[in-house]
Design a protein around this ligand. Structure first.
Ligand code: ARG
Ligand code: GLU
Length: 699
């Protein structure tokens, strides 16, 4: 009965989710959105979100490492991000004796927190429009000269904004170079692991549940930012002290419900909203199908052998996750683009634009020119995909690639760690089978002009791709670490190694027949896109459509806002937006590695004693919301209308992923981890009450 009522309410509220039209907004101009945000429930001001004079929420959001987002949650530098973002750091600290991946890790006192050389947290000091400075003196010059002038101007701007400070800064184009922004960061470099759940919680559901709803993954990890005694960045030292952030998020455990306002503050990496129709055609009809097929070949093989050999499963778990992640995302993207008929819509729009542009010299040719450039780049772009996803996906060639960087100028016979690490997780018999399929697919699908003559000859000599690959694996010194060692000791002539030959033949082909054309046409497309986007802004204004533009994600700080909302994935089905511990327990399966939860969690469930974290007899785990997010938003804070932390973003549903090109308010949902589950696990599984006490929890 309760459920039926809930569904009725959801359906009623369904129309209200349409209010999220997507968008990843620039914090320094959030004033322009604040009216709309308030209309949708936001209770704070633009200055609370972004201010350079006084502390604001921007000071609590960081670039975690190179690709994720993190947020400050205590006055003592405690930071939250995703388990999958901190995974490789945790892996480095793990061994057979201390398997932190398997068992989790909880530092009970600060001295036990684990340092991570090379890991950084970047805090944004300010961002500013520097378009005029970047473009000074560029008028009347050709493309090459303009590039050089811009580069000089950018150096000057960076210098000006960082002079006398230890900040770093970067200038990035937005709207394809119609505008330029500078981003100034303070970089902290002593970042330590504080707590992580066991992988059976942090990666619960594995690849099966990745990009899926309903979801029950406890994808979180705690870190702490350390500083010198002056609270400024300092390299790792045991004398460093916890960083006192300018701002940190309070945690709300008051709960969430369908249609509540939510906001995500983080670092989405790349979207392509303004992509020309031919670009979408390339993705949907060429690139995605090719990449999906090539990755399917790899996954089929890995999944086949891992069943028979647990050692291979462990060695290939991380590789499989990496391969499968984008593989599943591309499938969702293609499905979404087809369903939305994005190409047809774009073509219709471009035709209308072209008519309008007919009388405007600046825009008159832009559509025709874009078509030409896309037809020119087409073959090269596809070869690039095959080169990366077929040839360079052969692990043996990755081993050569690593060796190529040290082998010729190394005087010692010792094999560097990076090369040994490669062999640690390498099974040539798996790679050999995959290599046969990948090379055959490349040679089948790619015109001869892009297949190195030497390779064609070798394959002919061997009689078939299969035989050629068998010979290669039988003789190459790069197949095992022992062979490589012996080769070095015996003074082998590596230039004659068949794997080196294959690697260099493809590289040379790529460098001479592909790279420079790709660069040339891409530069032309960028320049045309710049004109086209500017034209669209003018066109929409003249037509008074009221369309608001936002720049594509470029791995800079953005704000997305929407609401907690379920959705209808297909006819007659409604997905509720909140998952719970009951659903997690229903998925629990001791026989399935990805769904085998810790016994301790089973025991807690059997007592139903969740203490402080009990919500109607269960514990909420994950939730869906209609925020426009992308890769890089992993670890981003999900905030309520008062700017309190209600969750950590970690995924989208796979059927949402076309939102990198076209956002569909009815279908696109990001997936957040409910902060109450984070606290529950921290308390009941980690026994780390001191962390909970460190945070400010609004109940
Ligand atoms: N889909 C999420 C993202 O795109 C999580 C990826 C990591 N997890 C995995 N099972 N591969 O990054
Ligand atoms: N898991 C993704 C990340 O690591 C976020 C998912 C998405 O693409 O939205 O950034």
């Amino acid at each position: 009965m309760k459920k039926a009522l809930f569904i009725a309410i959801c359906t009623l509220l369904y129309s209200s989710v349409l209010f999220s039209q997507g968008g990843m907004w620039v914090p320094s101009s959030i004033k322009e959105r604040i009216k709309d945000m308030k209309a949708k429930g936001f209770k704070l001001s633009a200055e609370d979100i972004y201010d350079i004079e006084k502390a604001s929420y921007k000071d609590a959001v960081v670039i975690f490492g190179s690709g994720c987002t993190g947020e400050m949650v205590s006055p003592d530098g405690l930071m939250l991000t995703n388990h999958h973002c901190g995974f490789s750091e945790l892996q480095k600290h793990s061994s057979v004796e201390h398997d932190y991946l398997k068992d989790g890790f909880w530092a009970m006192k600060k001295e036990d927190e684990l340092p991570n050389p090379g890991l950084t947290a970047k805090f944004l000091i300010r961002m500013e429009d520097v378009t005029d400075m970047v473009l000074t003196g560029t008028e009347g010059h050709n493309v090459e000269e303009e590039k050089a002038i811009k580069r000089k101007n950018i150096d000057k701007v960076v210098q000006k904004f960082t002079e006398g400070t230890k900040y770093i800064a970067e200038v990035k184009p937005i709207y394809y170079g119609n505008q330029y922004y500078i981003y100034v960061y303070e970089v902290y470099e002593d970042i330590r692991i504080v707590g992580a759940p066991p992988s059976s919680i942090g990666k619960f559901g594995g690849e099966t549940d990745n990009w899926m709803w309903p979801r029950h993954t406890g994808d979180f990890m705690y870190f702490r930012v350390y500083a010198g005694k002056d609270n400024k960045p300092a390299p790792y030292s045991k004398d460093n002290v916890p960083y006192k952030p300018k701002k940190y998020f309070n945690i709300s455990t008051k709960g969430i419900k369908e249609s509540d306002f939510t906001m995500i503050y983080g670092y989405p990496a790349r979207t392509q909203q303004y992509l020309f129709s031919s670009g979408v055609d390339d993705i949907l009809n060429y690139s995605n199908p090719a990449k999906i097929k090539l990755r399917t070949m790899r996954l089929d093989e890995i999944r086949q052998v891992r069943k028979s050999d647990p050692a291979i499963r462990i060695a290939y778990a991380y590789k499989e996750a990496n391969i499968a992640n984008a593989w599943k995302k591309w499938q969702g993207e293609s499905l979404g683009l087809s369903r939305l008929k994005t190409i047809d819509k774009k073509i219709a729009y471009e035709e209308a634009f072209d008519k309008w542009a007919n009388t405007k010299p600046e825009y008159k040719n832009v559509i025709a020119d874009l078509k030409t450039q896309y037809s020119l780049i087409h073959d090269y772009a596809l070869v690039q995909d095959y080169y990366k996803e077929a040839i360079m996906a052969i692990e043996l060639l990755q081993a050569v690639d690593i060796a190529n960087k040290w082998l010729s100028n190394s005087s010692s016979a010792a094999i560097p760690k990076i090369q040994s690490d490669f062999y640690h997780d390498y099974y040539p018999e798996v790679d050999r089978k995959i290599a046969k399929k990948l090379l055959a697919e490349y040679m089948n699908k790619i015109p001869p002009a892009f297949i190195p003559q030497d390779v064609i000859t070798e394959v002919q000599l061997a009689g078939s791709v299969d035989k050629y690959i068998d010979n290669l694996f039988a003789t190459s010194l790069f197949v095992t670490e022992d062979r490589l060692k012996a080769g070095i000791t015996n003074g082998a002539i590596f230039a004659e190694d068949p794997a080196i030959k294959l690697y260099l033949a493809f590289r040379k082909m790529y460098e001479t027949n592909v790279r420079k054309y790709l660069q040339e046409y891409n530069t032309n497309i960028e320049a045309l896109q710049k004109t086209f986007v500017r034209g669209q802004q003018e066109y929409e204004k003249e037509q008074k459509t009221g369309k608001t533009f936002f720049p594509d994600a470029n791995h800079t700080l953005r704000i997305a806002y929407g609401a907690i909302s379920g959705y209808s994935p297909e006819d007659a089905v409604w997905y509720m937006p909140i998952s719970t511990l009951d659903g997690l327990i229903a998925k629990d399966n001791p026989l399935d590695y990805d769904f085998d939860i810790p016994q301790k969690l089973r025991d807690i469930y059997s007592t139903s004693n969740y203490g402080r974290w009990d919500v109607n007899g269960t514990v909420p785990v994950c939730f869906l919301a209609s925020n426009h997010t992308s890769g890089g938003n992993s670890g981003s804070p999900v905030l309520n209308s008062k700017g309190e932390l209600i969750g950590i973003n970690f995924d989208r549903t796979w059927t949402s992923t076309m939102s990198d090109i076209e956002f569909d308010p009815e279908m696109c949902r990001n997936i957040g981890l409910d902060i109450r589950y984070v606290l529950f696990i921290t308390d009941k599984i980690g026994g780390a009450k001191h962390l909970i006490d460190e945070m400010e929890i609004i109940e």
